[in-house]
Design a protein. Structure first.
Length: 306
């Protein structure tokens, strides 16, 4: 893998996420596109997870029947966060979620029978429970055995499981976007460079920090939720390291509506998209709503624009 950046010092934890057919294949039995490595979308990709999941943790995805196999290597690209405000998640009994990236789709998935045929894996709690659950912790010794088996079936997997990945390194594109978010979170005053004098929102007894605020039925989260120092207006900030497309307009509008209904209670809400430019459709959409503005990352002069 190329273009990577170390973003965490901790040794990653290992997890097994278990998923049903509706989340890994379409009605014709074809693999869903969002699980393809390198799949790009401005819609958020999140998965229900254990509350102790940390950014950089490595994850195997187990597909229940009819596949009954471990078919993917994924990586958590955020810490776990509460999703109690997500109606669908609540109905499923999911309490926490995290963002993720798919690092590898296995050419030869590791089947349930192959796992059971290895005497070193028979006492693994997930196998003993026949993978009946949502998420399981993978002990380091089990992780090593599972990777040995995957490598035996596909030697090219070694190109994915690099030393950097095993240290919890995130791909560069994700790491840079997270870095921008982290820097603004720690010093929101940097936005004064583009004319925004803001403070991070704090609510519910300061349990909400203004960063990655969960909202909406699909588990969307606001990158940064702030208030203007002068008039107290709410400002929803969405960060994109790449060129922002028309989809972001709907995304920010939805977040603004949620803030208006759930938090603002009549106080005006504005939207700010910070990205590396905007496509034509987004620029046209912005002409229809003066409450949403797009500004270029370069204007912040953070040194992360490349």
């Amino acid at each position: 893998m190329v273009g990577e950046k170390i973003t965490a010092d901790h040794k990653p934890q290992y997890w097994l996420f278990v998923t049903r057919p509706k989340y890994y294949e379409d009605e014709d039995g074809r693999d869903l596109a969002y699980l393809e490595p390198g799949y790009t979308s401005e819609e958020e990709k999140w998965w229900t997870c254990h509350k102790d999941t940390k950014k950089g943790d490595l994850i195997f995805l187990y597909r229940t029947s009819p596949r009954s196999d471990i078919g993917y290597l994924m990586q958590a690209t955020s810490d776990a966060y509460p999703i109690s405000d997500n109606v669908y998640a609540s109905q499923q009994g999911w309490a926490y979620g995290c963002e993720f990236a798919v690092l590898s789709k296995f050419r030869n998935p590791l089947t349930f029978n192959e796992i059971g045929n290895n005497e070193r894996l028979r006492e693994w709690a997930a196998y003993r429970k026949r993978f009946q659950g949502t998420v399981f912790h993978i002990p380091a010794e089990v992780w090593d055995v599972l990777n040995e088996l995957v490598l035996k079936k596909d030697a090219s997997y070694r190109e994915v499981l690099t030393p950097k990945v095993q240290r919890g390194v995130l791909p560069e594109k994700i790491a840079k976007e997270k870095d921008i978010e982290e820097r603004l979170f720690r010093n929101i005053g940097l936005l004064q460079r583009i004319g925004y004098d803001l403070v991070l929102y704090e609510g519910r007894g300061k349990r909400i920090t203004g960063r990655q605020v969960p909202c909406g039925k699909k588990g969307g989260r606001i990158d940064l939720l702030c208030r203007a120092r002068d008039d107290g207006n709410f400002v929803v900030i969405e960060l994109k390291r790449v060129e922002a497309s028309y989809h972001v307009f709907g995304q920010v509008s939805s977040y603004m509506g949620w803030v208006q209904n759930k938090i603002a209670r009549g106080v005006p809400v504005r939207g700010l998209i910070i990205s590396r430019g905007a496509d034509v459709r987004l620029k046209n959409a912005l002409e229809t709503n003066s409450n949403i503005e797009q500004r270029n990352i370069k204007e912040l002069r953070l040194g992360t624009e490349r």
